[in-house]
Design a protein around this ligand. Structure first.
Ligand SMILES: NC(=O)c1ccc[n+]([C@@H]2O[C@H](COP(=O)([O-])OP(=O)(O)OC[C@H]3O[C@@H](n4cnc5c(N)ncnc54)[C@H](O)[C@@H]3O)[C@@H](O)[C@H]2O)c1
Length: 244
């Protein structure tokens, strides 16, 4: 999604728990832009640290971003994780961590950016990364708390869209289906269950998991004026999984 925004001409600030990895990704994205558009100036791409579950970290990272960039116009809130665990066994500290990152994290970055935009009297645009798990229950893996956190993200986007519409701030939710990311392929659940990927794919009408590149179009669409009259909506990118 970061690549998609930069290739569309946007400057970018990546905020992540792992600043070095974010910085490495920033370098790769700049390099890709240079190869594709050799005669264009490379957009400004910076990397920043925050544990998004901490309001202090988020506010510090926004200050740092504004020291390096002229302004903030858009937000994509993506940090999140899933944990497969029987509901009766999930310890309270893991529940707090999951809601802290997946839900509170999005709340802190969204309200932090909204506060800034309102202070500038400027319009803005936000995309929250939800999941189809916010609408359906994935099987067979147990992940009740993750599903609940993603359902909350969808409704948070709708609620903030209504609250901030008069300020010119749009908020939408982009919900991926089963994506075949590097980390997803190393997930314990797939290593422990070698037939699981096939099982998921038989339930997807397109019969395949999606590469992350297939989120590029939707994130650019929702982040741009092409979707100017869309707010509070959810777009699912899932190969048709949730329609059957
Ligand atoms: N992979 C999928 O199939 C899939 C499907 C639906 C939704 N999603 C959602 O997409 C988002 C990204 O998932 P992914 O599969 O790319 O996972 P990932 O683990 O590859 O990426 C998550 C990123 O968030 C960062 N992060 C984690 N906790 C953080 C914190 N507390 N503060 C700041 N950064 C933090 C990680 O360092 C990492 O860079 C998540 O919100 C996930 O729920 C993924």
């Amino acid at each position: 999604m970061s690549r998609a925004l930069v290739l569309s001409g946007a400057d970018l600030a990546i905020v992540d728990l792992h600043r070095d990895e974010a910085a490495e990704r920033a370098r790769e994205i700049a390099e890709e832009f240079r190869e594709i558009h050799p005669s264009h100036m490379v957009p400004k791409i910076t990397a920043h640290y925050a544990d998004v579950s901490s309001k202090t970290d988020v506010d510090d990272s926004l200050r740092e971003i504004l020291n390096k960039h002229d302004r903030i116009t858009n937000l994509v809130s993506c940090a999140g994780f899933c944990e497969n665990c029987d509901a009766v066994d999930l310890p309270p500290e893991r529940i707090k961590r999951m809601l802290g990152v997946n839900l509170e994290g999005t709340y802190y970055v969204a309200t932090g950016v909204a506060r800034y935009l309102m202070g500038q009297n400027a319009p803005g645009n936000m995309v929250f990364i939800g999941s189809i798990s916010g609408s359906i229950v994935n099987v067979p893996q147990p992940q009740a708390m993750y599903n609940a956190s993603k359902a909350a993200i969808r409704h948070l986007a709708a609620s903030l869209a209504v609250e901030w519409a008069s300020k010119g701030i749009r908020v939408n939710c982009l919900s991926p289906g089963y994506m075949i990311t590097e980390i997803a392929m190393k997930a314990k659940i797939l290593i422990d269950n070698p037939g699981l990927k096939k099982e998921w794919e038989t339930k997807i009408p397109q019969r395949r998991m999606g590469p992350p590149e297939e989120l590029m179009g939707a994130v650019v669409f929702l982040s741009s004026d092409a979707s100017r009259y869309i707010t509070g909506e959810e777009i699912k990118v899932d190969g048709g999984y949730t329609v059957c």
